[in-house]
Design a protein around this ligand. Sequence first.
Ligand code: SF4
Length: 216
Amino acid sequence: MPTTEVAAAPEPPRDCPICPRLVAYRAANRAEHPDWFNGPAPSFGDPDARLLVVGLAPGRTGANRTGRPFTGDFAGVLLYETLIKTGFAAGRYEARPDDGLRLIDCMITNAVRCAPPGNKPETAEEAHCRPFLAARIAALPRLRVIVTLGEVARRNVLKALGLKASASPAGHGVARHAGPYRLINSYHCSRLNTNTGRLTPAMFEAVFETAKATLR
Ligand code: SF4
């Protein structure tokens, strides 16, 4: 499947068979934890969103367990608290999909929809899943700003838009036009990045303040 082809649907089927390694990992997780979600994590948020946040892939015990992006793992705490603080979410984040948290003018998705072993998707898996990302972007009629969390998200958004990965430079806080959208890079809100101080809550909040200012 060409990487820039828009898939028929913006959300993959629950038993998407395209990536053998991830399908096998899904099956192993289902066998070990049949009560977990164990499928491609669906995008979450406002279908009329002007802001799309793109992460890497579901964490095994995060979205792969709960079925909602960034829900149940460390990265979700900073992401959802920051979205609430900057007005892109309302309610309380309680690390479960039925916590009532609502996204405002915002949707969250992942570049790769199935949990990869070690949180590391292979290049071919990124390419296989990219048509779903392209379709997700295309299905948001009011979309204006895309925040990418980490390098894998940045690279795949650019490619999903039919651009080269070099079309917009890497680096936290870098904002450029990408096709009809404003692309804003952020370091990923992972435990590693926050524990080492590479990404501080203030740095992360500034990204979403930039997004908000862009949408005014
Ligand atoms: S990662 Fe994407 S393309 Fe691969 S099996 Fe999962 S949903 Fe399908």
